[in-house]
Design a protein around this ligand. Structure first.
Ligand SMILES: [Zn+2]
Length: 128
């Protein structure tokens, strides 16, 4: 598991920005976490305090996936795509959401390990 300032936010997977937390400041006993924001730090600290200094990612991921179904369904409806998805199982919907989220988070993590781009237009690699 990645640690330190290069690790993605322990809560949302975005690039961390120097918000660090270790339960009771005992780095010998508890994992240290980095976060992207004050909000994620406060939420992550609360989770760690409730759970012996550890943030239980699996339970949160499961809940986040479940809670993403509604906005996903809303986007499908808005785009007129609900029909082909209507009879799909929740597990299949979750698989789609997870594919998009995993790709997004992994890209954020790769980018976090590289120097910041200039931010000007066309500084992306040409994709062809
Ligand atoms: Zn965050």
């Amino acid at each position: 598991m990645a640690h330190g300032w290069l690790a993605p936010c322990a809560l949302c997977g975005r690039q961390s920005r120097g918000f660090l937390y270790c339960h009771l400041l005992r780095r010998d006993r508890f994992p240290d976490y980095s976060f992207c924001s004050r909000t994620c730090t406060d939420l992550g600290m609360a989770l760690a305090r409730e759970n012996n200094g550890v943030i239980d990612k699996t339970a949160r991921e499961t809940q986040a996936l479940r809670e993403a179904r509604r906005p996903f369904a809303e986007a499908l409806t808005a785009l007129g795509l609900m029909e082909p998805f209507h009879n799909r199982t929740a597990a299949e919907i979750d698989q789609l959401i997870e594919a998009a989220v995993t790709g997004y988070v992994e890209s954020m993590q790769r980018q976090a390990a590289m120097p910041e781009r200039s931010g000007t237009p066309f500084d992306d690699e040409i994709p062809f």
